[in-house]
Ligand binder design. Structure first.
Ligand SMILES: CC(C)(COP(=O)(O)OP(=O)(O)OC[C@H]1O[C@@H](n2cnc3c(N)ncnc32)[C@H](O)[C@@H]1OP(=O)(O)O)[C@@H](O)C(=O)NCCC(=O)NCCS
Length: 156
């Protein structure tokens, strides 16, 4: 694990189709209800803002957002299991934030399962605030789970 912590050479790159096989391995290992391969192809080909985080030539995380006018909606953020809790999720969100300043974006929205403690802590540590709830938004083992809606202003 120490080599993971010590290695700081990361690149935040546009997601391209050749990244999808690696992305899918992480996606299927991370979510009970993973996105299909087609969704990733569609996001790339419909000009969603799609990024990968590459560490020493290994794809270790990714981000899919939709940016419409001056609003950004985070749709998927994921870090490979063995690289979690080393600051890479924070790094992806900070890179996004810097890119959004350049794009004149004003606000970031996302939904998160309340049961997803790591993600909720990550977002609150970066200043995302709860602004509402969507009832029965996510599929869950015993039915559906609400989503917490979070938002953060992009300050210029
Ligand atoms: C959520 C996720 C992206 C976080 O990525 P990460 O690289 O582990 O996050 P970081 O290491 O940058 O952690 C940032 C903060 O998150 C919190 N955190 C991360 N892992 C945690 C854990 N295992 N337990 C408690 N808090 C945790 C901490 O507050 C941490 O800040 P700190 O180090 O200053 O205390 C990652 O857990 C993941 O990919 N989960 C599966 C997919 C997912 O749920 N995505 C979010 C959907 S809304």
């Amino acid at each position: 694990m120490s080599s993971i912590q010590n290695s700081l050479v990361t690149n935040f790159l546009d997601m391209e189709e050749h990244h999808i096989p690696d992305v899918l391995v992480i996606e299927r290992d991370s979510y009970g209800y993973p996105w299909s391969e087609k969704i990733f192809y569609d996001c790339i080909n419909n000009n969603y803002f799609c990024k990968v985080l590459v560490l020493d030539n290994k794809l270790i995380g990714y981000l899919i957002t939709s940016i419409v006018q001056n609003e950004c909606h985070i749709m998927n953020l994921c870090v490979k299991k063995e690289y979690r809790n080393f600051g890479y999720g924070k790094k992806i969100l900070n890179q996004l934030f810097n890119d959004l300043i350049k794009l004149d974006c004003e606000i970031i929205f996302l939904e998160c399962r309340p049961s997803n403690e790591q993600a909720m802590k990550l977002y609150s540590s970066l200043g995302y605030n709860e602004i509402g709830k969507r009832r029965n938004y996510y599929p869950a083992p015993n039915g559906y789970e609400d989503a917490i809606i979070l938002a953060k202003n992009v300050k210029k």
